[in-house]
Design a protein around this ligand. Structure first.
Ligand code: FPP
Length: 224
């Protein structure tokens, strides 16, 4: 049976969930944040999962209306501040990938503070991708190696990435079957799972079913 150490999720469908209910898109993001809490808690108490990486804001998401971008930033800041007890209770360490440079000083402060407070938690590492794009990550890593005059090999490039750990299982919600510039290097041998469920409707029960499906798959990593 396949081990599941690193789970990654493209949380998609917040806007459609809200539209179906005649609500503003922001309501979908609010419900989506509650699902982040449920899924993180489930993963922290799962016997195998050690890392959960979530795609919250891509390098391309800046193209959205200013009002939605601002709302997402505020929601994230509120979440990081309000959920500190959930991180501590479930022993979850918080980390990020992506370039944090463009974020507001108050969001950067909330990120830094939660990283510091949770750094010794051991049950799960939750990594939130913020202003993250895999192409941007790879370019930054290559530039870093060039600047340090280091040879580019699979190992040196891997270690220069924001995320040096391979993904075992990548789930995308909402029925779209694409990767959208998420962890392109790290999913080299990941198992992919696409569900039609919109992110705000996603539950730990469905995640458990997906994990059971993953367990039964045959992973060969290019061998036979
Ligand atoms: C994709 O749905 C979702 C996002 C771009 C934002 C993800 C944010 C959250 C789940 C909530 C906050 C996150 C944290 C970590 C607290 P979409 O808006 O593209 O949906 P659509 O495709 O139906 O329009």
């Amino acid at each position: 049976m396949n081990e599941l150490k690193h789970l990654a999720i493209i949380m998609d469908g917040n806007g459609r969930w809200a539209k179906q209910r005649g609500l503003s898109r922001t309501k979908g993001h609010e419900k989506g944040a509650e699902v982040v809490r449920e899924i993180t808690t489930y993963c922290a108490n799962h016997p195998e999962i050690k890392t959960l990486t979530l795609y919250a804001f891509s390098t391309e998401n800046w193209k959205r209306p200013k009002m939605e971008v601002n709302f997402l930033m505020k929601l994230l800041e509120r979440y990081l501040k309000n959920e500190e007890t959930t991180y501590m209770k479930n022993e979850v360490k918080f980390e990020t990938i992506g370039n944090l440079e463009p974020f507001s000083p108050s969001l950067k402060k909330a990120i830094k503070s939660l990283k510091e407070k949770t750094k010794n938690n051991k049950k799960l590492t939750q990594i939130i991708a913020l202003n993250y794009g895999a192409q941007d990550e790879i370019v930054r890593a290559v530039n870093k190696l060039c600047k340090e005059k280091k040879e580019i090999t699979i190992d040196t490039l891997n270690d220069a990435l924001d995320m040096p750990y391979p993904i075992d299982l990548l789930i995308r919600t909402s029925g779209e079957q694409r990767i959208s510039n998420f962890l392109l290097w790290q999913i080299a041998y990941a198992e992919l799972f696409f569900t039609k469920t919109l992110w705000p409707d996603f539950t730990s029960t469905e995640l458990e079913q997906i994990i059971q499906n993953y367990k039964k798959r045959e992973r060969r990593f290019g061998g036979i």
